[in-house]
Write a protein that binds this ligand. Sequence first.
Ligand code: TRP
Length: 337
Amino acid sequence: METISFYGIFPMKRVLSGIQPSGELHLGNYFGMMSRMIKYQNENDLFCFIVNYHALTTIQDKDRLMNNTINAAMDFMSLGLDPEKSTFWVQSDVPQVCESTWLLSNVVNLGLLDRSTSYKDKLSKGLTPNLGLYSYPVLMASDILLFGGEIVPVGQDQKQHLEITRDIATRFNNIYGEVFVIPEPEIEKSTKLIPGIDGQKMSKSYGNTIPLFGEEKNIRKKFMSIVTDSTDIQKPKDTDTALFHLFSLFLNKSEKEELANRFMTPGMRYGDIKKELFECFWSYFEPFREKRIYLENHKDFVFDNLKKGAEKASLVAEGYMNKARHAMGLNFGSTNV
Ligand code: TRP
């Protein structure tokens, strides 16, 4: 898509992604996905939203859902998401995604949803599935198609959902004519490289995360409990380890080499490295923590921005919705014929 920007004709892409309001954010979320998204806002047309409709498939507690949603919005804004540069909103503030989910449902074969690995995973964990969980991928397709998302940065676990979205868009366009843009996934590979404190991939479901915001004492404890081996203090230490990889997130190339040298040098104590890593983390996130506190105390500012974002997003959604209604013969009695 060619967008006329302030600087002239510039091939700006619409980058779009939804974020689950799933509670406490961790270091893996930040370095895996969030920092990347936030960078996009400078060179691209970023659309980013908190998927509270999707969260309904697993959270049925009103207060918890509300809190998680507002916290996710504040987290993103304190980490640098700028509502002036991007379009940032809460999914349920643009309810057209529900309308389009119904329209799209009619071009989806059940086989496609039956094959969804994330659905199958949840079943195998003993969850009693509801229709919402089953049609989760259709709602996600709506999220993407209704805003003309061209590039969708997601984790590896969402790859299949993107394939389902492409399939739905292609089928729809084949039946009704060119209405939707076929999105391209952008799968983040380095997320795999962010280990948790036990050395496995950092993930909420493994209980091995380091939270971004929270009590200093608790976070320090997490850093101090990063798993290490029992190599003799006089021997060189392995650098292909959780501690080294986690520290590397904060270092440039030469600092990383310096750290590797220290690992090679006899006498290095893991405890000292962990303390330094904590200090490094703590000062890196200092400005974000301050912003977080500011936003906590200025929730109106957050709500105002989300509202503005929803208004911007609604305009785009209505454009696609009208095209779809028209293509399907649903523009009956409306002014949009
Ligand atoms: N399913 C995604 C996840 O769990 C969240 C999501 C919902 C999403 N709608 C989206 C991601 C649209 C990208 C685009 O992470």
